[in-house]
Design a protein around this ligand. Structure first.
Ligand code: GAR
Length: 210
């Protein structure tokens, strides 16, 4: 089974969805490590509850971004991690991790990229007044939410939506889409040619989306 590490900074609902899919036998990967930059984040307790080893650190304890990323890289190599899954990890990632994991690091973002990259994408979409937004899963490159897109799901913004009501629908879509994309990668169905990503067959053990 594909050896996965998840990076998260907050609530960890996406981390939990991946754990749940693995435990339900719907996703054939092993979660080797959680990496978290916020010791108080709820995702840390979720990892403990799931019996997933966690590397929790405070960026302030390190001289630079590169310094803590070197330590993370060593952990990933020690655990022989094959795929890095960013799930609400709210930090820029440098060449230290991007290069060794080129084509093997993915991110989920709560908008239809390239619209609304960066932080607060849900608020950005509401404030802009777009009528359709959604969720994007993409490979990570050196830029901000800029890598090749693997999958997207669109969602209507309703007239009476608030940030909370829209976020709830977006999170529900994320929690279905992310385990599904990981299952495609684990089954070696995702190939990349420049910016064009193709998924060999949509057939998947997880059928919660489509
Ligand atoms: C998710 O909505 C994810 O798309 C977003 O953070 C949330 C984390 O939720 N990521 C970004 O905005 C990245 N720029 P979670 O901790 O409950 O999984």
């Amino acid at each position: 089974a594909l050896r996965v590490a998840v990076f998260a900074s907050g609530n960890g609902s996406n981390f939990q969805a991946i754990v749940d899919a693995v435990q339900a036998g719907k996703l054939d990967v092993t979660i080797e490590l959680l990496v978290c930059d916020k010791p108080q984040a709820p995702v840390v307790a979720r990892a403990a509850g799931a019996g997933v080893e966690a590397f929790v650190f405070k960026p302030k304890d390190y001289a630079s971004r590169e310094a803590y990323e070197q330590e993370i890289l060593a952990k990933l190599q020690e655990k022989q991690v094959e795929l890095v899954v960013l799930a609400g990890y709210m930090r820029i990632i440098t060449h230290v991790l991007v290069e060794p994991f080129a084509g093997r690091m993915i991110n989920i973002h709560p908008s239809l990229l390239p619209s609304f990259p960066g932080v607060n994408a849900i608020d950005q979409a509401l404030d802009y007044g777009v009528k359709v937004t959604g969720v994007t899963v993409h490979f990570v490159d050196g830029g901000l939410d800029s890598g090749p897109i693997i999958a997207q799901r669109a969602l209507d913004i309703l007239p009476d939506d608030t940030a909370d009501s829209l976020a709830e629908r977006i999170h529900r879509v994320e929690q279905e889409l992310y385990p599904q994309v990981i299952s495609w990668i684990a089954a070696d169905k995702v190939s990349i040619d420049g910016r064009r990503v193709t998924i060999e067959s949509r057939a998947s053990s997880i059928r919660t989306v489509d």
